[in-house]
Ligand binder design. Structure first.
Ligand SMILES: Nc1ncnc2c1ncn2[C@@H]1O[C@H](COP(=O)(O)OP(=O)(O)O)[C@@H](O)[C@H]1O
Ligand SMILES: [Mg+2]
Length: 275
């Protein structure tokens, strides 16, 4: 959805915008002058190989990590100046999930709901619906420490949703989640974007982004190498296969490898000792 209009016909400012965002760890630059723009209601995929800087970026966008330099605006507010106002209106599933492992799922949701100032009855209603949707309601006494990774991920997502965020940030949401739960999550995300929620997800799994996202950015070595509507990005690519150029839409995998540059293929001489 480009240039979304509010009911009065007023153009809404972007959901997320960064200007020259940089994060260094010592001498190492993990995120290098990244300029992102995510419109309201977009299903945005932030794609890149392992170690590209996706998690570092999402941590900065959600106030979990301070940038070395650069600006971040979320929902038209300066994150550095108004972190609490921004945090009230966003939901986050961070890389490390951020759960209190000695609580049950329902307790964790209740704690999160109270943190956002929701009324007790509202928390109870939303928590039971979320737990049912995530199929986490089977063993109510189970502590989070006993959850599988996929269950923790789903609970973290439930916590990120309980206050009805306007922007949802998800760091590798499908990692470690089984096929059935993945389907539930995909349906849920699509429903949310249809209702105007902006979803910003990171993934190194191309097929997921290809199937779900309307708009993408690709980061590699801390730098943005491509950004825009998925269809346009692919249309803009011409491939040269054995002397024949073609401009058919590329499978995202081919596009990804093309813009990242240099697919590492395993030739016959590699790992010969494996037999
Ligand atoms: N706290 C940290 N200290 C030092 N280096 C870090 C730290 N966090 C991330 N990095 C480095 O920054 C780079 C990007 O990491 P990350 O953002 O987690 O990548 P991605 O999520 O795309 O896989 C990697 O090289 C990683 O080792
Ligand atoms: Mg990561």
């Amino acid at each position: 959805m480009d240039n979304p209009l509010a009911p009065g016909g007023v153009r809404l400012p972007p959901a997320v915008e960064t200007v020259n965002l940089v994060r260094r760890f010592g001498d190492f630059t993990a995120v290098d002058h990244v300029n992102l723009r995510v419109e309201r209601g977009q299903f945005f995929g932030f794609l890149g190989p392992n170690g590209a800087g996706k998690s570092t970026t999402i941590k900065m966008l959600t106030g979990l990590l301070a940038p070395t330099s650069g600006e971040i605006r979320v929902l038209d507010r300066d994150l550095a100046a108004e972190p609490l106002e921004v945090k009230r209106r966003i939901g986050v599933v961070p890389e490390d999930l951020n759960l209190f492992e000695r609580l049950t799922g329902a307790e964790m949701l209740a704690f999160t709901g109270r943190m956002y100032g929701l009324a007790r009855a509202e928390i109870a209603e939303r928590a039971s619906e979320l737990l049912a949707l995530m199929e986490l309601d089977g063993e109510p006494k189970k502590l989070i420490v006993e959850y599988s990774h996929g269950m923790k991920k789903k609970l973290s997502l439930a916590c990120a949703l309980i206050h009805r965020p306007e922007v949802l940030f998800l760091d590798e949401p499908f990692e470690g989640v089984d096929a059935i739960a993945s389907r539930t999550l995909k349906d849920l995300f699509s429903k949310l974007t249809a209702r105007g929620v902006t979803v910003f997800l990171t993934s190194h799994v191309l097929e997921i982004v290809e199937r779900l996202c309307t708009d993408i950015a690709i980061i590699s070595g801390g730098r943005l190498v491509a950004a825009g509507p998925l269809d346009e990005l692919r249309r803009g690519v011409t491939i040269d296969v054995e002397g024949q150029t073609s401009s058919v839409p590329l499978p995202l995998e081919d596009y990804f490898i093309q813009v990242i540059g240099g697919a590492r293929t395993t030739g016959d001489d590699v790992l010969r000792w494996l037999g």
